[in-house]
Ligand binder design. Structure first.
Ligand SMILES: [Zn+2]
Length: 245
């Protein structure tokens, strides 16, 4: 299956390929991940996700189209909502920083597909500088919580994917900017040892996720996520257990 900007996030692409976000979905809840792949569960993007996409689209050169396609960025009075005024402020801030702009100056939204750990994968890079590095743009609440998002998994898969596609082993960077009152900005390199460990982790989990995705093993339900709540049946429980823990 040939991927383009138009079909990259489509259901057919998600059924055929694994991606970092799909892998992370499987880690959180297999049942929800599978329902999402099959198009049975489509949580709308959160405002926080849209703020990230808003800034991404600026670098892609598609901000005006993004605004037209996402009327939720405007209030009823046709003004930008506060979160997206913040996004505008973030864009102005990073535009003034030469290093940040240098890291974001590669080929935008470059798509690669490849085989890894016995499955087909897809990936889309925010900024790809051939022979130099891969950079992903992150708009985050603060730097402190950056590692909680497991961007090492993304870096590991993107680095290995580019290598499999013949681009050599490239360093992986996060061009990160915060939504704080005064935005902070830096370029974080994920160390090679961290990427290597993350890739091993992906390799260990893939046999199970492949089996769940192709239907040969049954997905586990986490029991607590939005998807699991939406399909569960009520049970009878001991009131007192709510006071424990
Ligand atoms: Zn769940």
């Amino acid at each position: 299956m040939h991927l383009t900007q138009d079909n990259y996030y489509g259901q057919a692409a998600n059924e055929h390929y694994f991606s970092v976000s799909q892998y992370k979905d499987f880690m959180k809840c297999e049942a929800a991940a599978l329902a999402r792949i099959r198009g049975e569960y489509n949580p709308p993007p959160t405002r926080a996700m849209l703020v990230g996409s808003f800034v991404d689209s600026y670098f892609e050169g598609t901000l005006e189209a993004f605004k037209r396609g996402n009327p939720v960025v405007f209030t009823r009075r046709k003004e930008l909502r506060a979160e997206f005024r913040k996004a505008d402020e973030i864009i102005s801030r990073v535009k003034k920083d030469p290093l940040f702009m240098q890291f974001m100056s590669g080929e935008k939204q470059k798509i690669l597909t490849f085989g890894m750990f016995g499955a087909p994968w897809k990936m889309k890079m925010d900024s790809f500088s051939e022979g130099i590095c891969i950079t992903d743009l992150k708009v985050v609440a603060n730097f402190r919580n950056l590692p909680l998002w497991r961007y090492d998994l993304q870096g590991a898969v993107y680095q290995k994917g580019a290598e499999i596609c013949g681009y050599g082993q490239l360093p992986f960077y996060l061009a990160a900017v915060t939504k704080e009152r005064i935005p902070d900005l830096d370029i974080f390199q994920i160390p090679q040892a961290t990427l290597d460990m993350a890739l091993q982790e992906v390799g260990r989990n893939m046999p199970r996720f492949i089996a769940v995705k192709n239907g040969s093993e049954k997905p586990d339900c986490c029991g607590v996520c939005d998807y699991c709540k939406s399909v569960k049946r009520a049970g009878i429980r001991n009131y007192n257990t709510l006071l424990e823990g």
